[in-house]
Design a protein around this ligand. Sequence first.
Ligand code: HEM
Length: 388
Amino acid sequence: MRPPDELTAEERLMDPFPWYETMRETEPVRYDESRDCWDVFRYDDVKRALSDYETFTSTGASDFDPNGNLGTLLIDENPPEHDRLRGVVEEYFQPGNLEELRPSIRSIVDDRLDRALEDGREIDVIGELTAPVTVLTISRLLGVPEDDWDLVRQWSGAMTGDEAGRDAIMEGVGKMYEYFGNLLDERRQNPESDLISVIAGSEADDEPTLSPSEQRAFCVFLFLAGHSTTTHAVGNALWTLEETGEYERLRDGELDRRTVFDEVLRYRGPVQSISGRRTAEAVELSGTEIPEGERIVSWIGSANRDPDVFDDPDQFCPDRRPNRHIAFGFGPHYCLGAPLAKLEGDIILDAVTDRVERLEVNEGPSEPVELATSYGFDRLPMTFHPHN
Ligand code: HEM
């Protein structure tokens, strides 16, 4: 969905927050005729829209796959159908399981940092660090053979970009669909200990859990959902730490990495809005009546700055605790990959602080992504000064 007119001006791309504040105060729930949807800005209302699936249904309200090209996806279903799909992989995503990936993710990060620290040259933090690390991590988790990593990186590279890249996105999705179909067939015959084998094995029980086309869709969706969000989140973390001068305290062990990353997600979360809900019946939110059958856009980025919930909401507080942010959503669709994203954030910040004395955001073209759902950079040039 395209951004509201108020956010299309260049200077609003990276600073939508004053607009959110005005909207929370003056029009917390409003109908936007030009986009034919209802925008919701307050924390309690956003939480309700994301979690009360009987009133705000996900079925037929796809944000991710509006034309249904991918097939049945968990993000587009309500419980109990949603729970059937999610149940297949839920256990795999538990933090304890994922922790086993730490050494292999760390070695991917170290390899990238080796190159970035050569001669103290400029590094595009997104293109050379966070994007490759998140693509390779989700590839490893799924069980994509290492020989194919370049291939999947090319597809995912072709898939980032603006409207002009739509055809490339669909072409990339088509290729991935075919690729994962073949890999699933292979793992059905010869299961391994990876996520693709878990998904491929889900029909081996007496009662099949996922059909073959659902299995393919699941793999493609996991790959796409797990990649650009985390890429932008970690980029936003390094940018914010440099900008606020808090990097030194993190480097010196005075701040907790996970608390810092949580605050980045609240303050500059990569997903600012979710438009995958429709009203299943008429409902009142913050005194405004919304009719049945309307599309709802839930502004997570605004909810996370709501002063009714957060003290000094426009302040980056790297030791904020508790932090009730909803950057990963809320309710049944709460981000399945949240533990993985947090692990990746932790490993990258750990590796950078181990090896880098000082960060510098360079002058020159950093490229903000278009603000519809995403917030962050497609390109972020920085210099990393190594420890002596
Ligand atoms: C910082 C990084 C990330 C952020 C901010 C983020 C944010 C979100 C949000 C807001 C939702 C809820 C969508 C809704 O309610 O409609 C969601 C769902 C989801 N995310 Fe993430 N995500 C991140 C990383 C990941 C990763 C690494 C994966 C890994 C595969 C992933 C997989 C998913 C899946 C599968 C869902 C759908 C869950 C369901 O419908 O039950 N995400 N994410």
